[in-house]
Design a protein around this ligand. Structure first.
Ligand code: ATP
Ligand code: MG
Length: 590
């Protein structure tokens, strides 16, 4: 059974949207009432024309025949308007909800992104938004229309023959019981189908995304077998669904026909006893369906409504999360160069409550200096960057950029910072558009200059489409080093006073690395630069080297000072240097 969802979801999340398009819903209500009135008029039309025919009143038959055609046109118009307005309302609500949801999601804290699977967020954006149609469109209207229609039919029949109307009404609950019990089975089965379909989607996604691993390890037939197994189970569930649907269909058709036969039988007896006219019997037969139909469809409609509310609840969960950013900042170059610098004052931080990553981290980086962070994997170097960027709140202490506390206006502070992340991310699109993300309003000349400084210009020009080359999903059509060069160009284009380089040149050959270092050096001149590096040879001449170990600053100083200390840095350097010296010279190899 779908999770019962409290009213607040509908009231708090959906009602404001329904209210935003109240005029469409108002028109829908009018159309709904017109539909019911037209349906009753039809019955009255059948009744009257039949009676006129039986009594041989030809002129009345002729008049009513013309009236019938008007009713047909009204019914057609009502049907059209109903469907049209319904999809208009649904699409308007869905579109604005999806816009709001996306705008909200994109502003959520980094922590939210690390604790939710991207697939789950995509499902909320697409599947759940798609599902809410049931709560704001068809199902919502049916929930109003069906009882109204049943009540109107019953009222009409009561005016003709109350006992017969009651007999017809009594068959309603029977269909309701049938629909309810089949509905439960179908919902349970439906949930299994949804779960399995979700798993299958994951499996298929993984199989395509992990193509390289599958090929390299010869896993093709394994994966196919796995897919077939899931598919077989899915087929079994779908078959069961088919059987349940068929059963429900047969049952409700049976009840409906039985009802008509009962009404016809009793009605005919009443005609013989002259308690009912033929026209009235026709009215009975035509409205019996209208009377008991809603009983069987209400169960399905209600379930659909609940399902949609469950989807709305999942959307609401996201909307309730407080955003990390007020107004997304456009990348501009308006931030001035630092005058003071960056201060970390007694910063402690944990991603999860049970494991502190940074402990009493104290550091002052004067404006205009270049500082390198080195240390073993997992020491917390990237974490320092994450905190400097304001992606997470510190647990204790504070980070000041030019005396301003980060976090108070993280959006504005971020204008000071430019990042080359440890893992390059390129968006689908051209190389140009990927570099241009660094700064809105950058000219082609700016982009080219940034690419030249990042050593990317030459390889880009060698590509058949140059800067317009499509990089593919996540930059799959470029080499690791090429991607990294584009990432550097993007950061340089941003032209921010503080540059954060997290292993920015780790995927590059020594020659590219050396020339990027040269280019960076000119760029670093009036900038404050924070560099994370594993290859110590790249940080020999920086102003300050901070050696981190297990979330603490183990040592600090310049290259020579640290070598003299003979601590962690000295031993790391010795290992790297020894390996470099041990490498056989080229002439030994040939
Ligand atoms: N999002 C996260 N949630 C929980 N723990 C995390 C998260 N990101 C990093 N960590 C943990 O924080 C610690 C420090 O990670 P960090 O990425 O700062 O290391 P690093 O010094 O940059 O290492 P590397 O040189 O390998 O990049 C690690 O133990 C890691 O497991
Ligand atoms: Mg790191």
């Amino acid at each position: 059974m779908p999770k019962r969802v409290s009213k607040p979801v509908f009231v708090q999340l959906l009602l404001p949207y329904v209210g935003r398009f109240w005029f469409i819903y108002f028109c829908l209500a009018l159309v709904l009432l017109a539909g019911i009135a037209d349906g009753l008029l039809f019955t009255w039309f059948f009744q009257t024309i039949t009676n006129a025919a039986v009594s041989g009143d030809e002129s009345t038959v002729r008049t009513y025949f013309a009236l019938g055609s008007i009713l047909v046109i009204v019914m057609m118009t009502v049907q059209y308007m109903n469907m049209y307005l319904e999809s208009l309302a649904t699409s308007k609500v869905k579109t604005s909800l999806a816009n709001d949801l996306f705008a909200h999601l994109i502003k959520l804290p980094t922590r939210y992104y690390t604790s939710h699977h991207s697939g789950d967020l995509v499902a909320r954006m697409t599947q759940d938004v798609g599902q809410i149609g049931g709560a704001i469109g068809g199902n919502l209207l049916s929930l109003i229309r069906q009882p109204l229609w049943a009540a109107a039919s019953f009222a009409y029949l009561v005016t003709i023959h109350p006992p017969l109307a009651l007999i017809a009404l009594m068959l309603g609950p029977l269909t309701a019981v049938l629909a309810h019990s089949f509905g439960r089975l179908m919902r349970r089965n439906g949930r299994h189908i949804q779960e399995l379909t979700g798993k299958q989607t994951e499996y298929v996604n993984d199989s395509f995304a992990g193509h390289l691993v599958i090929r390299a390890f010869g896993l093709e037939s394994d994966r196919s077998r796995g897919f077939r197994r899931q598919n077989d189970r899915l087929r079994g569930l779908q078959l069961k669904e088919g059987r349940l649907k068929a059963g429900l269909q047969a049952g409700s058709t049976g009840i409906s026909i039985a009802a008509q036969i009962i009404v016809l039988g009793i009605g005919s007896l009443l005609i013989v006893r002259q308690e009912l006219s033929i026209g009235e019997l026709v009215a009975f037969i035509s409205l019996t369906q209208g009377l008991i139909g809603p009983f069987s469809s209400m169960a399905g409609t209600w379930a659909g409504f609940q399902r949609s509310l469950a989807a709305a609840e999942r959307i609401f969960q996201v909307m309730r999360e407080p955003a990390a950013i007020q107004a997304p900042s456009a990348a501009t170059d308006s931030a001035p160069a630092l005058t003071d610098g960056i201060r970390y004052e007694n910063v402690s931080f944990a991603y999860d409550t049970n494991r502190t990553i940074l402990k009493h981290f104290d550091l002052y980086i004067p404006a205009g200096k270049t500082v390198a962070f080195v240390g073993p994997s997992g020491a917390g170097k990237s974490t320092v960057f994450n905190l400097t960027l304001g992606l997470y709140e510190v647990n204790a202490g504070m980070i000041l950029i030019d005396g301003q506390r980060l976090g108070e206006s993280a959006d504005r502070k971020r204008n000071y910072l430019s990042l080359v992340p440890q893992e390059t991310f390129l968006f689908s699109g051209s190389i140009r558009s990927n570099i241009a993300l660094g700064r809105s309003g950058a000219t082609d000349e700016d982009i080219t200059q940034a690419a030249i400084a990042a050593e990317a210009h030459r390889f880009i020009m060698e590509l058949p489409q140059g800067y317009e080359t499509e990089v593919g999903e996540r930059g799959i059509r470029l080499s690791g080093g090429q991607k990294q060069k584009i990432s550097i160009a993007r950061a340089l284009l941003r032209n921010a006073p503080v540059l954060l380089l997290d292993e920015a040149t780790s995927a590059l050959d020594s020659e590219s690395e050396a020339s990027i270092q040269r280019a960076l050096r000119t760029l670093m001149q009036n900038r404050t630069t924070l560099v994370i590096a594993h290859r110590l040879s790249t940080v020999l001449d920086v102003d300050l080297i901070v050696v981190m170990d297990q979330g603490r600053i183990a040592e600090m100083g310049n290259h020579l000072q640290l070598l003299e200390q003979g601590g962690l840095y000295a031993s790391m350097f010795a290992i790297q240097y020894r390996e470099y010296m041990k490498a056989p010279a080229v002439q030994d190899l040939v």
